[in-house]
Write a protein that binds this ligand. Sequence first.
Ligand code: GLN
Length: 245
Amino acid sequence: MKLKICHLYPDLLNLYGDRGNLITLERRCYWRGIECEIEPISIGQSFRHDAYDIVFMGGGQDHEQNLLFNDLFEHKGPQLRQAVESDVVFLCVCGGYQLLGHYYEEQNGERAEGLGIIDFHTKAEPGRIIGDIVAESDFLRSQQLDPILVGFENHAGRTWLGSGVQPLARVVKGGGNNGSDSTEGVIYRHTIGTYMHGSFLPKNPAMADWMISTALQRQGQNLQKLPEIDDELAENARKYIQTCK
Ligand code: GLN
C-alpha cells in the first residue's frame, strides 16, 4: 500500500512546526508498512486533483498568505476544488484553513478572496487568540474514535461558519474559530480545517489514523482497521494539556 501526500506551500505556510503533521503521517504509515511519498508544491508549480491521496496546507502570517493568494486562486483553485469534491483527504491548519473560505479580511480592511470551497469567511480582529486549546468532536465520536482534540492556537482571524456547515469540534477550553460561538474548525466531505497547531496530528493520533485509513479506503483498499500503535507518549501529552488551566 502506498499513499501520495501533497504538501502545499511548505516554504510559505510553515508556522509553529506544522511540518510535524507530515512527519506524523509518514511515521504512522511506516510503522504499519505503508509506503508514503510526500511532494512539496508551491507557487508556480501545478497541482492535479487526481494526483494525491492526502493534501496538507499549514499556517502562515498574513504577509505569507498574501504572497500566495493569486497563485492559489488563479492557478490551483479549480483543481483543489475538484480534489475536495472527489473526497481527497485534506488537512488545512489555521492560515491554510482560512484560505478554503470565501475571504480573509485583514485588520486594515483589505480583503483577499479565498477559494470559496466551504461556506465560511474570516475577519482578523485586534487581540490574537493564543494558547492551548481543547475541543470535543462529534465527528470523531461518530467514527467511534476518541472525540477529544488538543492543540495550540495563535490567530488574529475569526472564522464564521455558514449555516449548515459542520464544525470539526466544540471548544472545551480556548478560542477556536472565533472565540465566541464555541466552534472549532470545520469538516466538509474528507476535508478537515482546524486552528490547532502544535503540531496537531502528533497530539491527536486518532485524527492521523482517520486520515490514513480514509485515504486508503478511498483507494479501494479492503481495510478493516489499521494495526494498533503504542501511543502512550501522545496520550500523556493529551492528558497534561487537558489538566492545564
Ligand atoms: N494570518 C492568520 C491569522 O493571524 C493565520 C495565522 C496562522 O496561520 N497561525 O489569523
